[in-house]
Design a protein around this ligand. Structure first.
Ligand SMILES: [Zn+2]
Length: 435
């Protein structure tokens, strides 16, 4: 097994002389101080929020834990307040629609240098899974300058690997044709879309696709298992969000969690309620600080994603940190009992293990009924799915739980219509609506 290529890249970028976590931490602390100084001087938001903080008094990463967090609502309130460069130097603006009811949007700004940093990361990140014989198809948006697909294509051009930007899949027939025509061996896409394609186009998948990189959403274990064992694919996952500059971390050949873009980003995992650091191995909220960003740096940004650092060294032998698979959004849950929550990723695992399911929708109605709408041509499996969810609810709530459950067919949309949204899925909760 080869060690993650991120290791040499990070050593090169950070200039550390030995493969020691302590030396990398010293580099990160230096960059954190630089970022604090830069952000305070150039962005209105950090000038006001952190103006009284003297970065020279931050002598350790422990000291850095006293710096206040940045929250997504800060960006929504006034994204321009974060800008550190004049607007003419902004080459890409990404508008992120809120999944909540507030309707406010987040805007994330990138300069040319910021985009180039991401291309550099994508180049190394993709080398974790592909080689010169591969041909890559990207099932993500890529038509506009600086979009995720555009940056990925430019990264692969540097590595001389053919890359086809397909865009988000809307017609699996066409996608399958494109795979065959372009002799694609590697797919990059959203988990639910790749799952959908693999179920509808089993033969194409089995004969063509050797590697898959899944990104932008929770990746169900059952999907990884199926792609690996049914189709013989090697499945890598990537973790990133727009605020990170799209890319955050990618798995190595050990396929046991992401190695992170540690020369550009400093990661923490904190207790979402108290904000205190949690121990390695324990789940908490992912927090990151940008170390090399020009247009819009972030300091201790609360991602809302739930994950943990691995407490064991990675099988690839790297000295870098490993982050365990992200479990989804912390707030992407519904309350189902006293201090008991149901997460989307738990439903994913309980439902998507049935091969016949292409997609599903979940909500809790006014009458405390958990309603699952299944998209499948095989109606007969609804009882099995119901049993699977009952087992999950029983495990979480114990005997005598009160939650009602209904598993019904999704007749809303035609079978060929697929989840083509980049917005993360959620369990809608209609209890108390209208009160
Ligand atoms: Zn590794």
């Amino acid at each position: 097994m080869k060690v993650t290529p991120l290791e040499d890249w990070i050593i090169g970028k950070s200039g550390i002389k030995e493969k020691k976590p302590k030396l990398l931490a010293e580099y990160q602390l230096d960059k954190i101080r630089e970022t604090l100084d830069y952000a305070k001087r150039n962005s209105r938001f950090y000038g006001e929020r952190l103006g009284s903080i003297n970065e020279d008094q931050i002598n350790s990463l422990e000291d850095f834990k006293n710096i206040p967090f940045t929250y997504p609502y800060h960006i929504r309130q006034n994204p321009l307040d974060f800008l550190c460069l004049p607007q003419r130097e902004i080459k890409r603006i990404v508008t992120l629609k809120s999944s909540g009811t507030s309707g406010a949007e987040k805007r994330i700004y990138f300069s040319e240098q910021d985009l180039n940093l991401t291309i550099d990361f994508f180049k190394v990140g993709m080398s974790c899974l592909i080689d010169k014989n591969d041909r890559v198809m990207v099932l993500l948006p890529g038509n506009t300058y600086g979009s995720i697909g555009d940056l990925l294509k430019r990264a692969l051009e540097i590595s001389k690997v053919p890359c086809f930007i397909h865009g988000v899949m809307v017609d699996p027939e066409q996608t399958a044709k494109d795979i065959i025509e372009n002799e694609i061996t590697c797919l990059v896409g959203i988990p639910m879309q790749v799952l959908y394609l693999s179920k509808l186009k089993m033969d194409v998948f089995k004969s063509r696709i050797k590697k898959v990189l899944l990104s932008t959403d929770y990746v169900p274990d059952v999907l990884i298992y199926e792609l690996t064992h049914q189709y013989g694919c090697k499945v890598f996952t990537h973790y990133g969000m727009t605020e990170m500059g799209y890319g955050g971390g990618v798995e190595c050949e050990a396929l046991d969690g992401y190695h992170l873009r540690e020369a550009d980003l400093y990661f923490e995992v904190v207790n979402p309620d108290t904000g205190e650091a949690v121990q390695d191995g324990q789940s908490g909220e992912v927090v990151f600080t940008t170390l090399t960003r020009y247009a819009m740096p972030f300091i201790r940004y609360r991602t809302g994603d739930m994950a943990s650092f691995s407490s064991d060294p990675c099988g690839c032998g790297t000295f870098l940190k490993t982050m365990k698979k992200v479990l989804g959004r912390i707030d992407n849950k519904v309350i189902i009992g006293e201090n008991k929550f149901l997460y989307v990723w738990e439903l994913d695992e309980a439902i998507l293990k049935f091969k016949e399911v292409l997609d599903y929708k979940a909500c809790i109605t006014d009458e405390n009924l958990l309603k699952i709408e299944i998209k499948s041509d095989h109606q007969s499996i609804r009882n099995d799915i119901e049993q699977s969810i009952q087992t999950l609810l029983y495990q979480k709530l114990g005997y005598g739980y009160k939650m009602k459950l209904a598993v019904i067919a999704d007749t809303d949309s035609k079978p060929e219509k697929i989840t083509n949204s980049m917005v993360k899925r959620k369990i809608s909760d209609f209890r108390g609506a209208g009160i």
